[in-house]
Design a protein around this ligand. Structure first.
Ligand SMILES: O=C(O)[C@H](O)[C@@H](O)[C@H](O)CO
Length: 334
């Protein structure tokens, strides 16, 4: 199928998985099985990162830790995977931060529209004091947070019409992540938002239960949304990180040497996955265009119209999230 060819082409141009470097970690002679499950598909940038993680952990544990990878929500969507970590039936996952906002309210800052002008600003925030503090915050409730990875800048797609202004969204049924700010964003823009698990999204688009959705280009292609969506708008309206989590039950069973190994591997996986995501972003947009997707590239004036229309979302959420955190992040991009 056309989508398949493009995905194979993108996969061939992904930056190669780096060689594993670093010493064999000190273990306790026991063997461990580590199941790592994600919601995106096998042909996305996220899974590529997991393959690197697997290489690092198996090599540097001298085979004492066997890593089993699962994709496409095989072991549950983002929220189901997180609760499986808490109950100890799954060892690792890397969900988007957005569905976790009820658990960790500070994460809502990532859902504010147009807050991160560039990926570099996102890196500076996530790899800095703010990101470290949030990993601490998330290391509770049976979870241990190890690091960040990139989902990326979200783009709107739909099956109805080209969208270049909020007016073009009037009444459009848009699927959002299970997140109150995303619901506010699309309601404020005049669309008709529906929160839904990523695992149900392709079928809902195919059956017309919803008209549209928003995700980074690489997810649009690797999940074949372009086969059921004719229109896209390069909106870059929200930057979504992935957070890499391990089950506290599993973590506490590991010897210190293997805990350090997982932390290293999660960091290296996140850095490589960012590289893959950024290397492919523009290329995949071009491939989707070449395959006939009608992509609207917004002018700076059109982006400004979306930003102005969405300013009430900031007024609504500033207090709930904490003005200081928002200002600290804004200061990074000054
Ligand atoms: O639209 C969404 O739900 C997210 O962007 C996905 O990447 C999700 O985390 C995958 O499990």
């Amino acid at each position: 199928t056309l989508g398949g060819v493009a995905t194979a082409q993108a996969a061939s141009e992904m930056p190669p998985i780096p060689e594993v470097d670093g010493p064999v970690a000190e273990g306790d002679g026991n063997d461990y099985t580590l199941k790592f499950s994600i919601g995106t598909t096998q042909s996305g940038a996220q899974y590529r990162g997991l393959e690197y993680f697997e290489d690092i952990v198996e090599a540097r544990s001298d085979g004492h830790i066997q890593v089993e990878l699962f994709h496409s929500a095989q072991l549950g969507d983002d929220l189901q995977a997180v609760s499986a970590l808490q109950s100890g039936t799954l060892e690792m996952t890397s969900p988007s931060t957005s569905p976790l906002v009820n658990m960790f309210p500070e994460f809502a800052v990532f859902d504010l529209p147009f807050l991160f002008p560039t990926p570099e600003v996102a890196d500076e925030v996530l790899d800095g004091e703010i990101g470290d503090r949030m990993l601490e915050t998330a290391s509770t409730n049976g979870l241990k947070a190890l690091g960040w990875a990139e989902n990326g800048y979200r783009q709107l797609t739909n099956s109805q019409n080209a969208v270049a202004s909020p007016e073009d969204l009037d009444g459009l049924k848009v699927r959002t992540m299970q997140n109150p700010i995303h619901l506010d964003i699309w309601k404020t823009l005049g669309a008709n938002p529906t929160p839904m698990s990523f695992a149900e999204l392709f079928t809902a688009l195919e059956q017309g239960v919803v008209d549209g959705q928003e995700n980074p280009w690489i997810t649009i292609q690797s999940s074949k949304f372009n086969e059921v969506q004719d229109y896209a708008t390069e909106s870059n309206h929200v930057y979504t990180p992935f957070i890499t989590l391990v089950s506290e039950r599993f973590w506490s069973r590991l010897p210190e040497g293997y805990q350090d190994l997982l932390s290293d591997a999660a960091k290296q996986m996140g850095d490589y996955q960012r590289e893959v995501s950024r290397t492919l972003n523009d290329q995949i947009k071009q491939e989707l265009m070449d395959e006939g997707m009608n992509i609207t590239e917004l002018t700076p004036e059109q982006v400004a119209t979306f930003q102005e229309t969405l300013s009430p979302v900031y007024d609504e959420w500033r207090e709930k999230i904490g003005g200081e955190l928002i200002d600290d992040i804004r200061a990074v991009s000054q």
